[in-house]
Design a protein around this ligand. Structure first.
Ligand SMILES: Cc1ncc(COP(=O)(O)O)c(C=O)c1O
Length: 382
């Protein structure tokens, strides 16, 4: 056996022994409230398809039409042969939806975050990154470091710490944070961060992956939630992979920043672009969110129904943490819910700190009252 196989085997043995091995559940159909997973029917409370758009007839019809017209793949990267009218349309649609001058569409949210941080960082840049930021921001910071930037990890949701760190720095600085933290469903204090950034001449980048389509009365995300009409984060990353039910990540920014990203972000320049069918589906999904029958209100109503049952008061997001603490108890609680027919994951270290294990419930606009009440009852019996 060569060293590579030997190393892989040993890593897997160690990984398993540390209790970190994960095996994916296999879905037999789309992410609807009732679905078959590993051959058994469950009520699904763990999907990011918050608005039920993955299976929306207007979204799937748009994808099918583009598939017929353009075929399955895009045939190249954006700057070579991989730009269709649908690619430019999806970028315009995101910019208008989010209220920015321009938007650049990457084939995943992960690639958007890494691409932005790599492209905008230089030897003279300081990046301040929240300690609980998503892995794609962490990896983007690593690329920025390789380009000579300094990266400092700051305390979670703590504008005073950001203020303190910016006060010690002379030169360009970029503060980067998740908007809606994907594990515990809490929001970054964006208005306060914006004020601190402005007082030091720093720029602010917010990853609104889970806020797009879910936050704000019309689903326009964290800026709408905080009623940021004038000054806004300089860079807003929105994903099409969660509430919009498709895939891809859009970076909304000023015209010059967007233009620079199209030239310099390596995950944009050197990767095959999204399929035209993906772009068509995203444009259709944004149209549904903006349209008369928008599912955003139904999502908000369902969030309010479940969080009221759980005694959580006003809760802003569709990600609802049920704290358990002990890792083994959290796994047991998830198993008990599964036996009762509800699919809810247990989240443990290293995704969250040790001893802070929890159940991570996500709500969809398409859940019925009965399904929500049933889950709340099952949780109350744990
Ligand atoms: C906060 C956050 N940012 C970025 C991403 C990456 O987005 P995508 O799944 O579109 O690659 C995720 C996905 O889990 C996320 O939770």
């Amino acid at each position: 056996m060569n060293w590579l196989n030997q190393r892989a085997r040993q890593h897997l043995i160690d990984w398993r022994a540390a209790g970190l091995e994960r095996t994916p559940s296999v879905f037999s159909a789309g992410q609807e409230p009732v679905c078959t997973i590993d051959g058994r029917e469950y009520v699904l409370f763990s999907s990011s398809n918050y608005l039920g758009l993955a299976e929306h007839p207007e979204v799937t019809a748009a994808a099918e039409q583009a598939l017929q017209l353009f075929g399955a793949g895009s045939g190249g990267s954006r700057l070579t042969t991989g730009t269709t009218g649908l690619h430019t349309q999806v970028e315009r649609a995101f910019a208008d939806f989010l209220g920015y001058e321009d938007a650049v569409f990457f084939s995943a949210g992960f690639l958007a975050n890494t691409g932005v941080l790599q492209a905008l960082a230089g030897p003279d840049t300081l990046i301040l990154s929240d300690e609980r930021n998503h892995a794609s921001i962490i990896d983007g910071c690593r690329l920025a470091k390789a380009a000579g930037a300094a990266v400092v990890v700051c305390r979670h949701r703590d504008p005073a710490h950001v203020d303190e760190l910016l006060a010690q720095h002379r030169g360009d600085a970029l503060v980067v944070t998740d908007g809606l933290f994907s594990m515990d469903g809490t929001l970054a204090p964006v208005p306060e961060l914006l004020a601190v950034c402005r007082s030091h001449g720093a720029a602010l980048m917010v990853d609104d992956a889970h806020g797009t389509g879910t936050l704000g009365a019309t689903g326009r995300g964290i800026n709408e939630h905080f009623a940021l009409d004038g000054d806004r984060p300089d860079i807003l990353v929105a994903t099409a992979s969660k509430a919009l039910g498709v895939e891809g990540g859009a970076v909304a920014a000023s015209a010059p920043v967007a233009a620079l990203l199209r030239q310099k972000a390596r995950t944009f320049v050197y990767s095959t672009s999204s399929t035209p069918a993906t772009c068509a589906a995203v444009v259709a999904a944004l149209g549904v969110v903006e349209g008369e029958g928008s599912p955003v209100k139904a999502l908000h109503r369902n969030i309010a129904r479940l969080t009221e049952h759980l005694g959580m008061g006003q809760w802003p997001s569709p990600i609802i943490p049920v704290p358990v603490g002990d890792e083994a108890r959290a796994v047991q609680a998830a198993d008990t819910l599964r036996q009762a027919g509800f699919f809810v994951p247990a989240i443990r270290w290293p995704t969250v700190p040790r001893g802070a294990a929890m159940l991570r419930v996500t709500v969809m606009a398409t859940h019925t009252d009965e399904q929500i009440d049933g889950l709340a009852h099952a949780i109350s019996q744990l």
